[in-house]
Design a protein. Sequence first.
Length: 140
Amino acid sequence: MIKSLGKLFIIIGLVTFGFVALFFWLIGQSENLANLSIGTALFSTVLIVVFAVSVAFFILGMILYFVGKRITRNQRPETRNQGRMLACRDVGMDCDHIVYGKNDAEVLENAKKHAITHGFTEKDLTEQFLNRLKSAIKDK
Ligand SMILES: [Zn+2]
């Protein structure tokens, strides 16, 4: 929501900036500046104001865009917290290590690596042992 508002502000900023640039270009094109019979002081004041507004919109838009982006990222705790874990203690070890993974297979892979640090060898990682690990895997 804030992100799209930011995008809108950036567009408004760019469009108004484009108008200012166009005016400057027109001024450059007109050979006789006196043809711009609109009070030049007023005219340049308007240009400066529009220019300032365009820059302000652009900067504000950038800020809103990035703030919005950060909020959207933080608004997805369900995807961020999605994942599984296995506490080493839950399988009977006197160890505070917790193995994480996106899914059970990944947790199991990491658990195998961790098991080796406990002196387990590939040979010890029996079907039965792995099943015990699997049943201890829970949500984060
Ligand atoms: Zn452990």
